[in-house]
Design a protein around this ligand. Structure first.
Ligand code: ARG
Length: 454
């Protein structure tokens, strides 16, 4: 039983099958429209430089195609680009637009390429901008955490293990610990950026083309570091790359979720160490007294979602044989969702940390003698007692331990990375280095794309 056949750019397709196979591409691919125009512009320019007679495209024809692609790109930016079911996806929608405007010239754009290398380059162009944004968002979050540490460089906080009071710690130690984690997550994102920064164009369906294309030129025009060398790998790397990026984002989301979890505990009335800015709660419809940490709870669930997206892509891939398989199309949604979710979560948590307030009385008031037990044992060691004897001596006299001055206790740990040995300016320098790198990268890419379209 077939439904009515639909005329498409690539032949007639049964309507139900067309809608099933196009799936969410009709909507999701709108996000890739701008990238598709950019990739197509580089491909057109490259075709016009090919040493063949007659030329596949003259340089005037490439100019005309690129001018039209710039218009489609602007339409896409304005949210006015349309993908019809008979287009199947953004690639054939752009080709249809070019052909409607330029006739036979539009039909030449697909020379020497396939939708397989096209979608691969679109995803990489899209991802590199989003990754730069996300790296910047991460740097801002690290900066907010260091800012919080700088505001309270010597404020005591009970350090916990198993969530139970353990040893003297400080607000600055807590905040800069997470800043250090965020900076490590930023490095993972940067590694993913490096993997992403290679150009698959010219791989076509995965086996290259029998005409003298210049893959190096396509890569240079788009500002990639280099072409992906092996044409089969260029296509098969799709999905694996999204998985890498999602895993890097999963790392960041785990850090975000743990910060959120700490903040939810430290802001409980029973703790009262910190206050989250009022604006971060959305209240209750029945209980007038409520100001719940909704944002933080949602960051916790978004972390679970991003880890799920990552797992979904890994599962889509694990049994896919080599070469292009349509399964890869289904990796698009978790990937795009992951990028959007991670960025939004990182930005909103930075705002929350920027607005955090502290309650020094509650922070100091949470200390009791037990928190100083290990310090007391080490004081006996300093007088010459072997550690294990000192440990047992203190353990046998726990009830006698007196509460001490927590400020003095945290001032005593002057060694590297301890409560009084933190290098806050060092974190600042690292954040600035990353921010400068991102800005330089953005400028270089903007110059490349301006040159391509000028
Ligand atoms: N929309 C498709 C995708 O995302 C484009 C590639 C289609 N290629 C093919 N051989 N059917 O994977």
């Amino acid at each position: 039983m077939s439904t009515s056949p639909q005329r498409t750019t690539v032949g007639n397709i049964d309507e139900e099958i067309l809608l099933f196979t196009a799936g969410k591409d009709l909507v999701l691919d709108l996000q890739l429209a701008e990238a598709d125009c950019i990739g197509s512009a580089a491909h057109a320019r490259m075709l016009s430089t090919m040493p063949v007679q007659p030329p596949v495209l003259t340089s005037e024809e490439a100019d005309a195609l690129i001018a039209e692609l710039a218009k489609i790109r602007d339409l896409a930016r304005a949210g006015q680009f349309e993908i019809r079911p008979e287009d199947q996806d953004v690639h054939l929608a752009v080709e249809r637009n070019l052909t409607e405007k330029l006739g036979d010239l539009g039909k030449k754009i697909h020379t020497g390429r396939s939708r397989n290398d096209q979608v691969a380059v679109d995803l990489r162009l899209f991802a590199r901008d989003r990754l730069l944004d996300l790296m910047e968002d991460s740097a801002s979050l690290a900066s907010a955490l260091i800012g919080f540490a700088e505001k309270h460089p010597e404020l005591p906080l009970v350090g916990r293990t198993h969530m139970q009071p353990a040893m003297p710690s400080s607000v600055a130690l807590w905040a800069s610990a997470y800043a250090e984690a965020v900076l490590e997550d930023l490095s993972s994102l940067k590694h993913a950026f490096t993997l992403n920064n290679k150009c698959p164009l010219g791989a076509a369906a995965g086996y290259g083309v029998p005409i003298p294309i210049d893959r190096q030129l396509s890569s240079d025009l788009l500002g990639f570091a280099k072409p992906l060398h092996n044409v089969a790998h260029a296509i098969q790397a799709r999905g694996k790359l999204e998985y890498q990026i999602l895993q890097a984002m999963g790392q960041l989301m785990i850090t975000l979720s743990r910060i959120s979890q700490d903040l939810m505990i430290f802001t409980l009335p029973e703790f009262g160490y910190f206050r989250i800015p009022k604006a971060f709660g959305t209240g209750s419809s029945i209980m007038p007294n409520k100001n719940n940490p909704d944002v933080l709870e949602l960051i916790r669930s978004k972390c679970a979602l991003v880890l799920g997206y990552s797992s979904a892509v890994g599962h889509i891939l694990h049994a896919a044989p080599g070469g292009y398989n349509r399964d890869l199309q289904d990796a698009k949604e978790p990937f795009l969702e992951g990028l959007a979710t991670t960025s939004a979560s990182t930005r909103i948590l930075a705002r929350c940390v920027e607005g955090l307030e502290v309650n020094p009385e509650r922070l100091r008031g949470a200390f009791d003698g037990g928190v100083f037990a290990t310090d007391a044992a080490l004081a006996l060691v300093a007088e010459g007692m072997p550690f294990r004897d000192a440990y047992h001596h203190i353990k046998d006299h726990l009830a006698d331990l007196e509460n001490e001055d927590p400020d003095a206790a945290i001032a005593r740990k002057t060694h590297l990375g301890g409560t009084n040995g933190l290098d806050l300016p060092g974190y600042r320098a690292e954040i600035d280095t990353q921010i400068d790198w991102i800005a330089e990268c953005r400028k270089r890419l903007a110059d490349k794309l301006n040159a391509l379209f000028s």
